[in-house]
Design a protein around this ligand. Structure first.
Ligand code: RAM
Length: 859
């Protein structure tokens, strides 16, 4: 059971939350025919939906009385099965946050601006730490209560990133809260249950706040001061204490709080952290900085946490007190270091890199991100240094100034990212392909941190829209990204300018120009994907005007329907390999694609789709007239030209076969190599497979010569590289000016691994996996493959194995779904599990929910 796509959310801000549940049954054909929801507050029924004849289990809107702030609602669902019999019930809860501005009595506090150091663009020397301008704020407030409360909640947020504490101990396990949003529009607050932590007598509530995205370095524009939203961090919080006698007391930030400095002398997301353990906090009165709350919202998705620890696989010495560490995996997070026997004042420095160059850290590709953590020892027998307000992208670390011998037991990499349910699995018989899948997942994890970023290591880490849209289908396979993307989409929509242009990045920082083709289009593509994958109609509804405005913007400036004007910083098929696709071919194809999605969305939402259907038809005609030749070749003749035309249905039906031929010839004449960049690659294997050339898709998958996924893996990649030629035998490292080794974009092939290799897909028009279309595609070197995906309706699985001529397919269809299963066999009569249709290409089976094994003895 979930509320707003989250399990038992504490501090929900949505006034009409949507309730969902999944059914579980081993019975063939299990299905729901009716449900009833009842909700209670402290055992009092506040809403009873009554029995509703419906098979719906997803995103059912709260229809009870208006929700009260700071209240725990329990809700129960009862369901009736396909025979009309009661089939069980279950219960869960959600708790509302502060729903009204006047629930807040807190005001923003921090350091008196008069005492703030001057802020100029940092010079190279200033970038060496500790930079006094980056000193976190230590806040505290002492209070007394006569008795322990029966219920206590802390509601808090920061302009910056913060960590709260009560009575000397950290509260909660959130990292880098409140995350990053378009702060001008939305700043998220967090809710913590501290009932067990407030005691009778004296208490102290504390917080440490660092610059984070608010006032620290973000992105790559060195000409700006490193203060993007504000000059300095600030904190806002209130502790709400409820006592047994029904009384309530609120301890809120404001007058009477103290601020000071402490052991963390500087902290910055890009630069790193500097901790002097000898220092103890010293305090003076805090200043009230702002009495306006600003645009506070409850955090609507899974927060950032430490989700994993990765142990070192090798530690070796490189000179006096200097060691290198290999964690065996390019990851995102920080190193926790155990220090023994250091003298007070000893300084230990940690640096981080994704790869080694000649046995040393390769740092050039980090550009201006210093990614350096420094620890000054207090001289304790054993100390643990773990930075709190920074993160790095790295596989290797260098530890210098370390006293004694560093061993594998003294270092651990702490992996941080939004704590999404990563429940997808893809596996097959080829280890290289399994490594590719692992690289894709690691790339997703490291870059789904606060917002979907391009990369996690250099001075960039921005929410680039094209990267997100090409990778989003893959992301939905590996994890439940419903709430994460819905939240980020608000930044995308808020970033839209008055003319209707989405931008290249969201939140807008560093770059505020109009979005490029395939970049801005993310504002149309992702809401549609969330509808298709999760049935999230509300996000589609909320995004629709913006989606339509984007298409309107392109149309207005390109009345001849070829998108050549207002293409922003047109990036084309970014990072392709010597195969430049004409910009107008790519942009016009995207114009058509976005227009069609807007038409489809209008139809789903019950709006008038005709205008967009007509516009789409007209763009298609113009595309064909302008770019498609009589022999089926497409202007530019690149793989991506063909992929766009085929994937977005921009060819006359009679020329589709010829275009596929041209595409295949280009790949074959290069020795089964691709030339696609960010945009084309997401279409490559899916289009080939859809048009009967799965053989070529597999050839590309198994390719190990440059350029290919296999090439990077053969050269040690544990994440997806930004560029096919990030490192090559012939050229060494690509230019350090732009060479990330953890960029998920070229990993968009993951969707095809689940979708066509294993076979999990949806029928046209299906949303939230109600109507599955399972099309396993044995091929290439594989003897078996299988995937599992935890969909909104439950677990969907599809896998196959080949044993000589015998093909075995195993399938799981969750209650509430039905599936069409296509078995590729030359002899449909050999299929066991009776087909509903057969053709020369194979047998088609219609399956109700259940688990199946299907064999075809002829393959
Ligand atoms: C790079 C980013 C991103 C890409 C843009 C065009 O700087 O890393 O991946 O979308 O350029």
């Amino acid at each position: 059971m979930t509320t707003e796509q989250l399990t038992e959310p504490l501090g929900l801000g949505e006034p009409r939350p949507r309730l969902s549940w999944k059914l579980r049954s081993d019975r063939i054909g299990a299905a729901q025919t009716a449900y009833r929801i009842t909700a209670t507050v402290a055992d009092r029924v506040v809403w009873d939906s009554g029995r509703r004849d419906s098979d719906e289990t997803l995103l059912i809107e709260w229809d009870g009385p208006a929700l009260q702030s700071a209240t725990r609602y329990h809700w129960r669902v009862e369901v009736w099965d396909e025979h009309g019999d009661p089939a069980g019930s279950a219960q869960t809860w959600f708790e509302t946050g502060l729903l009204h501005a006047d629930d807040w009595t807190a005001v923003w506090i921090g350091r008196d601006p008069v005492s703030l150091p001057m802020v100029d663009p940092p010079t190279d020397e200033q970038r060496s730490f500790p930079d006094p301008a980056a000193a976190p704020l230590y806040l505290r407030h002492a209070f007394e209560v006569a008795e322990a409360p029966v219920r206590a909640r802390l509601y808090a947020t920061a302009r910056g990133v913060y960590e709260p504490a009560l009575n000397g101990e950290r509260v909660g396990d959130l990292e880098l809260a409140p995350g990053w949003t378009e702060y001008h529009e939305r700043l998220q607050y967090q809710t913590y249950d501290v009932t067990e932590r407030v005691r009778a007598g004296a208490n102290v509530v504390e917080a440490v706040v660092a610059d984070g995205w608010w006032s620290g370095h973000v992105g790559f524009d060195p000409s700006r001061p490193a203060r993007h939203y504000g000059l300095a961090p600030a904190f806002l919080g209130q502790l709400v204490l409820d006592f047994a006698d029904g009384s309530r007391r609120v301890i809120a930030t404001g007058d009477g709080w103290q601020e000071g400095g402490g052991p963390i002398r500087a902290a910055d997301l890009l630069m790193g952290e500097f901790v002097d353990a000898r220092r103890t906090p010293s305090y003076q009165p805090a200043a009230v900085l702002d009495r306006e709350l600003g645009p506070l919202v409850a955090e609507p998705d899974q927060p950032i946490r430490i989700v994993d620890d990765v142990l070192a696989i090798r530690v070796w010495q490189r000179g006096a007190g200097r060691w290198l560490v290999d964690f065996g995996q390019n990851l995102v997070g920080r190193v926790a270091l155990t220090v023994r026997g250091a003298a007070a004042g000893d300084r230990i420095v940690l640096r981080h890199a994704e790869v080694l160059d000649d046995g040393e850290l390769y740092l050039a590709n980090l550009r201006r991100a210093a990614a350096t953590d420094t620890y000054v020892s207090a001289g304790g027998a054993t100390e643990v240094f773990e930075p709190r307000f920074t993160f790095h992208g790295f596989r290797y670390a260098e530890v210098s100034g370390y006293p004694g011998e560093l061993t594998e037991d003294d270092v651990v990499a702490r992996v941080i990212h939004n704590d999404l349910p990563y429940t997808g699995r893809f596996e097959c018989s080829d280890e290289m392909v399994n490594r590719l899948q692992a690289n894709i997942v690691w790339g997703q994890r490291g870059n789904f941190l606060a917002v979907p970023t391009d990369c996690p290591q250099r001075d960039e880490r921005l929410g680039w829209l094209a990267d997100a849209q090409v990778f989003a289908p893959t992301a939905t396979r590996n994890a439940d990204v419903s709430a994460f993307f819905a939240r980020w989409l608000r930044d995308v929509v808020d970033g839209q300018d008055a003319d209707g242009a989405f931008r290249d990045v969201a939140p807008i920082l560093v770059l505020d120009r109009e979005g490029a083709p395939a970049w801005g289009d993310a504002g149309v593509i992702i809401p549609w994907l969330l509808w298709q994958t999760y049935g999230d109609r509300r996000t589609l509804e909320r995004s629709f005007e913006a989606m339509a405005a984007w298409v309107g913007h392109i149309h207005r400036h390109n009345p001849d329907l070829l998108w050549r004007n207002r293409t922003g910083n047109s990036y084309g098929d970014w990072l392709q390999v010597d195969a430049e696709t004409p910009r107008d071919v790519l942009s016009t194809a995207y114009f058509a694609h976005s227009t069609r999605i807007v038409a489809d969305a209008a139809a789903v939402l019950g709006r008038d789709a005709t205008k967009y259907r007509d516009l789409h038809a007209a763009i298609k005609t113009r595309f064909i007239e302008s770019y498609v030749h009589e022999d089926g070749s497409v202007e530019g003749g690149t793989q991506t030209s063909y992929l766009l035309a085929l994937a977005f249905d921009l060819l006359p039906a009679g020329l589709v076969g010829a275009a596929v031929e041209h595409l295949a010839t280009d790949i074959e004449k290069r020795g089964n190599r691709l030339t696609t960049g960010f945009v084309g690659v997401s279409l490559l294997c899916p289009v080939l497979t859809e048009h009967g050339r799965a053989d070529l898709a597999y050839a590309l998958l198994h390719q190990e010569e440059f350029p290919s996924w296999g090439y990077s893996i053969r050269h040690g990649a544990t994440t997806i590289w930004e560029r096919w030629d990030g490192w090559t035998e012939h050229g060494g490292f690509q230019s350090a000016a732009m060479n990330s080794f953890n960029h998920y974009s070229l990993g968009s092939v993951g969707d095809w691994l689940y979708g066509r290799v294993a076979g999990i897909g949806q029928a046209p028009g299906s949303a939230a996996h109600r109507d599955l279309l399972l099309r396993p595609t044995p091929g290439g070197k594989l003897s078996w493959a299988r995937a599992e995906q935890e969909t909104a309706r439950g677990l969907v699985a599809c896998g196959w194995s080949l044993d000589g001529d015998r093909l075995t397919v195993t399938v799981t269809v969750p209650p509430g779904s039905a599936a069409i299963l296509e078995i590729p066999t030359p002899d449909p009569d050999s299929v066991r599990c009776v087909p509903v249709a057969s053709s020369a290409g194979g047998a088609t089976l219609r399956l109700v929910s259940g688990r199946y094994t299907v064999t075809a003895t002829s393959y």
